[in-house]
Design a protein around this ligand. Structure first.
Ligand code: ADP
Ligand code: MG
Ligand code: MG
Length: 901
């Protein structure tokens, strides 16, 4: 440890870094270094690493050696600039800028003009050709920024003094304040500073620098930065780098200024001139919107030479980064300086369009285009949207917590929402915030709207888990639950009034906004040609590439012929999970009740015989829809009492009958059965393979239905590929027993029918014990399908339905996990079980087919994991199939890139 300290290096000159060192230097620092080394005009400076920040935050003090290292680099900077920090004749000034690995716009702090003091302000003025106004303006900015950021002086105190100065001059424009006014303002600011801090504004420039650096470190843990990280799922332990950059001045007069630009339009990808420019100003004025900026095109008229150079530099940056960049620049008396660049943020649609544009321009190839987009963006493009052109204006905006466009009448409590929802009414559940009691209402609603909480609030977490549209934290809404109304911007919305919420943008509209289908979905459904619009054309090209490079198959979870056909249009190559329990509901419930209540073998067999043709018809429809493709049928899985009436209702009914002297009849018999089958913990009870082993003939009936449907399908000239999947197996003996029975039934059916359809028999791996004994289980299984929902529940000991509503938002807040393990696979826990089972299963049976059928099959990050783990396919809901295709392609390209072969 001691040795490490003596060799630690915390500070890097811009010449020493490059764009790939974002972990160490933060995005801003890494890109400043990259631009420096490209020979672009970047003011000299150095970066204090994120390591230093982490050490500082851990110990509450600067790590040993840091101060000395900063001083060394500062001396080198002074040499380069020919000025000394705070020198009274010709002071060097610096900016002290935050910059983490991931961009966190406006979340952390930056202090400009560090080094300016009472002693050096005159020197600065004379170096600027006697420009006193500039010097005092720079000084007042320093005191303001330093006071706010370093010493927590409330910003409003300074704002008020500035406003007062302007008022005294009868102006709204700070350019009308002259040197004398600004000098007086500096005195005013200093007073404010000492009033709030109990000390004078520091006159030692090196002390200013040290305090500013520490303030930037500390800003990593400011409330808003912490909140932002949680919302954006940025790890909490990265820390920020600090960039110390020689100041250049855009506030030296009309020949100076500052601006921001994109190298192409971030909404459409079109090449052109996109940006804003502000004459005679320092950088923060552009963002603050203090004065009106002019479009960047104007710069051509104002300062043609700088404009031309800027255009050349933007072309260089695009050529170098091979992507859209955004930049910050400053012009100091006709000399252009680059202050920041990064690969620019863009909308989901623009990401696809820009990626293919760059391919057409010969800048990148299609594999790189694939790398530039992601499944989350594609998923976003598949939601319906509001037609908001023109006439529809949002009344407020909240946090875009779960995407989609939802319209319905406002309802203020869960009970009422459930009641109206049951009648088929479309409702939006509006709450201040939600809690577990709101679950039924959330399920019944089209969407959820809250006035409090962010992306990890209960409403957000639960809505995302359900795939339900949600806008939360819309603070402009004053929700009055008792009064069944909310007010927003002076308008009142009562229960029954229609509202429209956009979970992709967070926008809230009063009244009904028409919803339009996604053109991307229409393309996947074959309703429009790829050429119909540039976005669809781009998606088509990229997904086609993904299909040609991916190794993972993409199958779907579908229980009906209709779902199957839809998924097939979306590109599914098979059904990885066909649940059979839905086939026991509706008007078949009665047969199932008969089966459960059967008192003799004959009764039971009669019920099974009645169910057989119904099941056969179900399978026939699906095998026809999936002609030529595999269909994995899962034998019945849930506890049987799920098919019976609820215990409490039934007990009440029987009690009422008995109290009024009536014979409870069938209800009485049912109650006995329901009591007998009641389980404390149904998830861990009589379900899955256990049912098949306990209820004679149940699995045999299902297997017979599968085999007969397959035989009939074959006789019709189709090519069915059924696979029989046994759920919840924990021991190979369970599977062996079912397998022996299945083989007998298959043989019997196919001999009678005179056709032979190959049927694979395999199991789900959804219990930790199954994963741990995969080698044994593979002896009896031709395939494994990882049921990652149950595997996650069983591994964590979570009951999903209970925990998501009860405490997941708290867990996310505490950072126990960055994302729900039901949303994205828990690589360290559940993922290890998957890898182990895949490895040991394949060792025992090399041609073992491996797939996954939990909801993780459609989650982008999880798809990459399954690719890495060597699975053969993922199976997901039909709607996620395109997302999985895209991510499987991206995973293949990524692993090829990292292949050493
Ligand atoms: P943010 O990350 O919030 O954009 P920055 O660190 O980029 O914060 O700085 C805030 C503003 O100050 C930006 O407009 C930037 O261009 C400007 N700025 C930063 N350093 C300097 C400098 N050395 N000289 C002139 N302007 C600067
Ligand atoms: Mg910036
Ligand atoms: Mg399961």
């Amino acid at each position: 440890m001691a040795q490490q300290q003596s060799t630690a290096k915390y500070v890097y000159d811009f010449e020493e870094g490059n764009k790939d060192l974002k972990d160490l230097l933060g995005g801003k620092g890494a890109n400043l270094a990259e631009m420096t080394n490209l020979g672009l005009p970047v003011p000299p400076g150095f970066t204090i690493s994120t390591e230093a920040c982490r050490a500082y935050l851990a110990d509450g003090a600067e790590p040993q050696g840091l101060a000395e290292e900063v001083s060394q680099h500062l001396r080198a900077l002074e040499e380069k600039m020919g000025k000394r920090l705070g020198d009274s004749d010709d002071p060097l000034l610096v900016s002290v800028r935050s910059g983490a690995k991931f961009s966190m716009p406006g979340m952390m702090e930056t202090v400009l003009n560090v080094g300016l003091t009472d002693a050096s302000v005159q020197g600065l003025a004379s170096q600027a050709g006697g420009n006193e106004r500039f010097a005092w303006d720079s000084y007042r900015r320093l005191i303001q920024m330093f006071g706010k950021t370093v010493c927590e002086v409330p910003g409003e105190a300074f704002e008020a003094a500035l406003e007062a100065a302007k008022r005294a001059k009868n102006t709204h424009n700070d350019l009308d304040l002259d040197a004398g006014d600004l000098r007086a303002l500096v005195d005013e600011y200093k007073k404010i500073f000492s009033e709030h801090t109990g000390r004078d504004f520091p006159q030692d420039p090196r002390e200013q620098l040290t305090l500013a650096i520490q303030a930037v470190f500390n800003s990593w843990n400011s409330d808003r930065a912490v909140l932002y990280r949680r919302q954006e799922r940025i790890p909490a332990d990265l820390g920020t780098a600090v960039n110390v950059v020689a100041m250049v001045f855009g506030n030296l007069g009309a020949d100076s200024g500052t601006g921001v630009a994109f190298t192409r339009d971030p909404a459409t990808g079109e090449q052109g001139v996109y940006g804003d420019y502000l004459q005679n100003a320092q950088g923060e004025d552009v963002v603050a919107g203090i004065r009106n900026t002019v479009p960047l095109q104007e710069l051509e008229r104002i300062d043609k030479a700088s404009f031309d150079e800027l255009m050349r530099i933007m072309a260089t940056l695009e050529g170098h980064y091979k992507d859209l960049c955004d930049i910050e620049f400053t012009i100091e008396r006709g000399k252009l300086w680059m202050l920041q660049t990064r690969v620019g943020k863009r909308t989901a649609a623009a990401a696809f369009v820009i990626a293919t544009q760059l391919v057409d321009e010969g800048v990148i190839d299609l594999d790189e285009a694939l790398n530039r987009v992601n499944g989350a963006q594609l998923a976003q493009l598949m939601f319906p949207t509001f037609a908001t052109d023109g006439e529809y204006r949002p009344v407020a905006k909240g946090v875009a917590a779960s995407p989609g466009a939802a319209v319905g009448t406002a309802v203020f409590d869960s009970h009422r929402a459930a009641e109206l929802g049951a009648k088929g009414e479309k409702v939006i559940l509006v709450r201040r915030e939600t809690n577990p009691d709101d679950l039924p209402g959330m399920i019944a609603a089209q969407g959820v709207l809250t006035s409090r909480g962010g992306k990890t609030s209960h409403a957000a977490v639960v809505a995302r888990g359900m795939g339900k549209t949600c806008v939360c934290g819309a603070e402009a809404l004053d929700v009055d639950v008792e009064g069944r109304k909310f007010t927003v911007n002076g308008q009142t919305v009562s229960e029954g009034d229609v509202v429209s919420i956009d979970g992709t943008t967070g926008k809230i509209y009063l009244g009904e906004v028409p919803v339009q289908p996604s053109p991307v979905v229409q393309y996947f459904e074959g309703k429009v040609e790829p050429e119909c619009d540039p976005l669809v054309a781009a998606v088509h090209r990229i997904i086609t590439r993904a299909d040609s490079v991916r190794r993972l198959g993409v199958w779907t979870n579908a229980d009906t012929g209709e779902d199957a056909s839809r998924a097939r249009r979306f590109g599914a190559q098979g059904i990885g999970l066909c649940r059979t329990e839905h086939m026991f509901l509706g008007d078949r419930r009665e047969l199932v009740e008969r089966l459960i209540l059967a008192e003799t073998d004959a009764d039971r067999q009669a019920a099974l015989d009645a169910l057989l043709p119904l099941q056969r018809a179900d399978f026939l429809e699906i095998f026809r829809a999936m002609d030529g493709q595999p269909v994995v049928v899962r034998l019945i899985d849930p506890p049987l009492h799920e098919f019976l009436p609820g215990l409490e209702d039934l007990a009440a009914k029987v009690a009422v009958a008995e109290a009024t002297g009536k014979d409870p009849g069938k209800d009485g018999v049912m109650l006995v059965a329901v009591r007998r089958m009641h389980e404390q913990n149904p998830m861990l009870g009589l379900r899955g393979v256990r049912l098949g082993l306990v209820i004679p003939g149940l699995f045999a009936m299902q297997i017979r239905a599968i085999a007969e449907a397959a035989a009939q399908c074959r006789q019709e000239g189709c090519d069915p590929h059924p696979e029989i999947m046994v759920p919840l197996v924990g021991a190979v003996q369970e599977l062996e027993t079912v397998r022996a029975e299945a083989e007998k039934v298959l043989h019997d059916v196919f001999t009678k029918a005179g056709v032979e359809v190959p049927v694979m028999i395999g199991t789900m791996i959804e219990l930790p014990r199954a994963a741990l004994n995969a080698g044994q289980i593979a002896q009896a299984a031709e395939f494994f399908s990882f049921g990652t929902n149950d595997l996650t529940q069983m591994t964590w000991g979570f009951s999903r339905d209970d925990v998501e509503a009860a405490f997941f938002s708290r867990y996310l807040e505490l950072g126990i996990f960055g994302v729900s393990p039901f949303e994205s696979i828990d690589r360290d826990g559940v993922g290890r079980l998957v890898r182990l089972a895949a490895k040991e299963g394949r060792a025992a049976r090399p041609d073992l087919q491996l797939g996954v059928c939990g909801e993780h099959g459609g989650d982008p990050d999880s798809v990459h994991f399954f690719h890495e783990a060597g699975l053969d396919y993922v199976s997901c809901s039909p709607f996620r199939v395109p997302v999985a295709r895209l991510e499987a392609g991206r995973a293949a390209v990524a692993s090829e890139g990292s292949d050493s072969r």
